[in-house]
Design a binder for this molecule. Structure first.
Ligand SMILES: NC(=O)C1=CN([C@@H]2O[C@H](COP(=O)(O)OP(=O)(O)OC[C@H]3O[C@@H](n4cnc5c(N)ncnc54)[C@H](OP(=O)(O)O)[C@@H]3O)[C@@H](O)[C@H]2O)C=CC1
Ligand SMILES: O=C(O)[C@@H]1CCC=N1
Length: 279
């Protein structure tokens, strides 16, 4: 089945998913509509780039769609659902990519028993390399999960988790690309200081990241065993690790991810002010 998708929120995450779907669905059998709160310029760009329908009439868009992808910031979900609610029928299925936001909260805003699937993709969806996790809400069936899986498979891998694992997934793989780019930024800075041109540095660093990820995915060895293997006694890697370990970089990366997981939990706590930290 090729679903008719309506993206409510046409920001960075929606674009990543739409780009991936379009790149793998050459026949454009999946119809894609998108709406924003107010940014029409962005919608015009999305329409031009991905040949999607941008909508002005919410009722018509809801009538012509069966999967509604909630892709606004968590702070905007209430106002977004209020505008959709009059047009929700029992055939609609809702997919939410919102950090923290629980399926039971979405169901309570909808006030219906429509299926809700929570997903946590990442921006690598743009290049069909997302590590997406999905879980089902109370009213979703296994069939709904399979349909969601088939959509997100367009943009990478899909792992089914329980809803209680979703905050952890958000802090690890949802935010994860940012941690990788941070490491890349550090390596680019060092390469620049050492006189390597940015094109060459990029090529070397990209292949180093891909190579390390591929190697790790093909072995039972632990990360520690793998980095020990790189490290010759008295050599260059050891010199780097003396510095990294002095500043407990690994521990701080883990603590950073812990903070992301904590923030995801906070976003699911509906008494907190979602606007305070950009939620
Ligand atoms: N960025 C990421 O790496 C990831 C993000 N997510 C989740 O995806 C969601 C979106 O994030 P992101 O794409 O980065 O955010 P953006 O700010 O890029 O996009 C949010 C979009 O939502 C629109 N919007 C706001 N309110 C409404 C409304 N009432 N009706 C319709 N559209 C509305 C905004 O439109 P306008 O500009 O007109 O206000 C904007 O285009 C978040 O909930 C985030 O937690 C999940 C995984 C990864
Ligand atoms: O930073 C955020 O809140 C979103 C969720 C996961 C990645 N980006």
């Amino acid at each position: 089945m090729k679903p008719n998708l309506l993206f409510v929120g046409a920001g960075a995450m929606a674009e990543a998913i739409i780009a991936g779907v379009r790149a793998t669905d050459q026949t454009k059998q999946t119809t894609i509509k998108a709406m924003n709160k107010s940014n029409q310029e962005r919608l015009a760009y999305m329409k031009e780039r991905y040949e999607i329908d941008t909508i002005t009439d919410v009722k018509q868009a809801m009538t012509e769609s069966d999967v509604v992808v909630l892709a606004m910031k968590p702070k905007d979900i209430e106002s977004a659902i209020i505008q959709l609610r009059p047009f929700v029928t029992e055939h609609h299925v809702f997919y939410s990519v919102l950090a923290g936001t629980k399926t039971d909260y979405i169901s309570s805003l909808l006030g219906t028993k429509n299926a809700v699937i929570r997903a946590m993709p990442n921006t690598s969806a743009t290049v069909m390399q997302s590590a997406t996790a999905i879980c089902k809400g109370e009213y979703a069936t296994d069939e709904d999960v399979e349909l969601a899986r088939s959509l997100f498979l367009h943009v990478g891998t899909v792992t089914t988790v329980t809803e209680t694992q979703m905050d952890a997934v958000t802090g690890i793989s949802g935010s994860g690309p940012a941690y990788m780019y941070y490491v890349i930024e550090g390596l680019m800075d060092s390469a620049e200081r050492a006189g390597i041109g940015s094109d060459e540095a990029k090529r070397l660093i990209v292949q180093t990241m891909i190579g390390a990820a591929t190697r790790f995915s093909h072995t039972e060895q632990t990360p520690k065993e793998l980095y020990k293997e790189v490290m010759s006694p008295g050599g260059t890697t050891e010199a780097a690790f003396k510095h990294l370990e002095m500043f407990q970089v690994k521990e701080h990366i883990a603590k950073g991810a812990d903070a992301a997981i904590g923030r995801s939990k906070q976003l699911g706590d509906y008494d907190v002010d979602h606007t305070s930290i950009g939620g």
